[in-house]
Design a protein around this ligand. Structure first.
Ligand code: ZN
Length: 364
């Protein structure tokens, strides 16, 4: 198995197109065509993690946070980023990162945090501009074959429903020129064919393969189709997660509960409200950008990390804001990546979770 195949498995869960514009997810160091000897999964990629990979015979590190984030102008070992990259290259260790694309994926980082707290619900802020609609016209004889080819290529999925499409029967007309090579009909003669118009949605990042599948399966020399951008958000893809607890808790009970479930010695929070906590939003990692969304949706509490002093004011005491720490809010993604890859590549021998604690923050 090559490194590229592992990258493709991860990207079928967390497409690179879903990362934020400032991000740097993907293969950062190494050769895609190298054979995989072993995979080590971590939250961060540090020199210690590269050493652990070497020691355990792993030549691919999958880390949530990208070690190369804002670009490197020189690699001289002057800081931990450069030293980590040098060590990886010298030891033929590849480094792959799935960061904000995995934050936005179904069952991504925030979902995993919500699972730890027993919250069932949905994405807090679904993404826009990630879906398109396809319309095409096909002779009745080829309707099924073309539709199935498009579904195989990834079109027609809505939530837990696959093979979704709509068809409408009609009459197609065309007149081939003398240069044409028509599937049916003759040059200079107007043809009329029983056709169907088919509509289905598809993820924007699959546009290339969807069009290729349409043209490969369609019998006509010139395929009549149109692609439309949609304003619809994708309910399963986006930032944060919101839902309800298994049972309402008093604010004091909820603080104790969150500490226990997340294995925390301490956390930071705003003043405890007088009402019980039932509806809770979460966002793994730096999530202050979602405080207002959590308030807008009437959440009793919002759990995230990296919340600045003044941002604690943003909830205006309408929602209990809790900062559990960046590492602590995301570390569960290691298990999730491990479980995902274990199912995808059941014969794979070396698939390990890093035992290096990369958290640079200590609670005294
Ligand atoms: Zn993070």
């Amino acid at each position: 198995m090559q490194i590229r195949e592992i990258c493709e498995y991860i990207e079928s869960w967390a497409p690179l197109a879903w990362q934020e514009s400032y991000d740097n997810s993907g293969l950062l160091v190494g050769d895609r065509s190298a054979e995989v000897k072993g995979v080590l999964i971590s939250l961060d990629c540090t020199e210690e993690v590269v050493e652990e990979a070497i020691k355990k015979g792993c030549n691919l590190i999958i880390s949530h946070h990208p070690i190369i984030f804002s670009g490197l102008k020189r690699i001289t070992g002057a800081n931990y980023v450069e030293r980590t990259v040098i060590k990886a290259i010298q030891n033929n260790v590849c480094i792959y990162s799935c960061h904000t694309n995995l934050d936005h994926s179904p069952k991504g980082v925030s979902y995993q945090l919500a699972q730890k707290l027993g919250i069932t619900g949905q994405v807090l802020k679904p993404m826009r501009d990630v879906l398109k609609a396809l319309q095409y016209y096909v002779p009745v004889s080829h309707e099924k074959a073309v539709r199935e080819a498009l579904h195989t290529a990834g079109a027609g999925n809505i939530g837990e429903y696959s093979n979704c499409s709509f068809t409408q029967e009609g009459l197609g007309r065309f007149q081939p020129s003398t240069e044409a090579n028509p599937h049916t009909g003759s040059a200079g003669i107007l043809s009329e064919v029983n056709e169907v118009k088919v509509e289905m949605i598809f993820p924007t990042h699959l546009s290339g393969q969807i069009l290729s599948a349409l043209k490969a399966a369609h019998p006509y020399e010139e395929v009549a189709y149109s692609i439309h951008s949609l304003d619809n958000s994708w309910q399963d893809v986006g930032a944060g997660y919101v839902g309800t607890l298994e049972k309402p808790l008093s604010p004091e009970e909820f603080i104790t509960f969150a500490k226990k479930r997340l294995g925390l010695k301490a956390l930071k929070h705003t003043a405890l409200p007088s009402r019980p906590i039932s509806k809770v939003a979460v966002c793994g990692g730096a999530g202050s950008f979602l405080i207002k969304e959590a308030v807008k949706q009437g959440c009793d509490a919002y759990i995230s990390a990296d919340i600045k002093y003044h941002e604690f004011f943003d909830a205006e005491n309408q929602c209990l804001i809790i900062d559990v720490g960046h590492y602590e809010s995301e570390v569960m993604i290691i298990d999730a990546i491990h479980d995902y890859l274990s199912k995808k590549i059941s014969t794979f021998a070396v698939l390990l979770k890093s035992e290096t604690n990369t958290n640079p923050v200590f609670n005294a």
